[in-house]
Design a protein around this ligand. Structure first.
Ligand code: IPE
Ligand code: IPE
Ligand code: MG
Length: 246
């Protein structure tokens, strides 16, 4: 395996970590067993990103729609988040990872919210890799909260309606301060976005794999990065135009 050139390494990767339930079902175990098994894949992915020199990794851990799952599954996921935060934050901090949670954090219980805030505060000074965990997150929610901030700025007289353009609104979207999303991965075989980063994914390269999330390892991520490195990103231009620029 050859290491990709720096320019071919995505600056920002997002992953829909899907397939935990099916992974557990294949083993005749409860769905929560699959969610627990997914932790190893999270660790392996973060390690890979550190090694490859990726700047930002955004993981979809719990969608705004996932609240509709059976109560015991939602409960098991919340317990898992608490345990993972209690166990992993120090190690991530040691690796220079900056942790951030994005989404409607107000929807969570106080103890979990406090842990998320503490993890963000603890790692705030790190800059090797930014890991964003999307929880109670929806792409539409994100666009709405940005629109609300724009409306509030107009109401305060700080912004004129005609000054709202893609770049101004974009400043209020989650992750605006990070490099643009280069590579959007979904495991588990479904070819859909499921309300993840709608705004941010406008020009991301999409990569779908059948691999179920608990089986996703460093070789799987390498494969996705190699696939990405072969893409030609044209942003509406022609291939010839791109060839003359680079
Ligand atoms: C993704 O795995 C994890 C979460 C949504 C929290 P699933 O639980 O959706 O697994 P499948 O899709 O049922 O296999
Ligand atoms: C998307 O997976 C959300 C996460 C991985 C956290 P789902 O399994 O909930 O997506 P759908 O509902 O099948 O599209
Ligand atoms: Mg699923």
């Amino acid at each position: 395996m050859t290491k990709a050139k720096a320019s071919q390494v995505p600056r920002h990767i997002a992953i829909v970590m899907d397939g935990n339930g099916r992974w557990a079902k294949a083993r005749h175990r409860p769905r929560s067993f699959g969610h627990n098994a997914g932790r190893k894949a999270v660790r392996a992915t973060i390690e890979s990103c550190l090694r490859e020199g990726v700047q930002a990794l955004t993981l979809f851990a719990f969608s705004s729609e996932n609240w509709q799952r059976p109560q015991d599954e939602v409960g098991a996921l919340m317990t898992l988040f608490v345990r993972a935060l209690d166990k992993e934050v120090e190690e991530l901090h040691g690796h220079g990872v900056r942790l951030r949670f994005i989404g409607d954090l107000g929807a969570f219980d106080e103890p979990l919210r406090e842990r998320m805030q503490a993890a963000m505060a603890r790692t705030a000074g790190n800059s090797k890799l930014q890991v964003n965990i999307a929880v109670s997150y929806g792409g539409r929610w994100d666009i709405v909260q940005a629109a609300r901030q724009a409306a509030a700025a107009v109401a305060r007289g700080e912004l004129r309606v005609d000054e709202i353009d893609e770049s101004r609104l974009g400043e209020w979207m989650s992750l605006a301060e990070l490099p643009p999303l280069d590579l959007f991965i979904r495991t588990g075989g479904e070819c859909r976005i499921s309300n993840f980063l709608l705004w941010q994914a406008a020009y991301a390269e999409l990569y779908f794999t059948e691999t179920l999330w608990p089986d996703f390892d460093q070789a799987c991520l390498r494969q996705a990065i190699e696939d990405y490195a072969r893409r030609e990103r044209r942003y509406g231009r022609t291939g010839e135009q791109i060839a003359t620029v680079s």
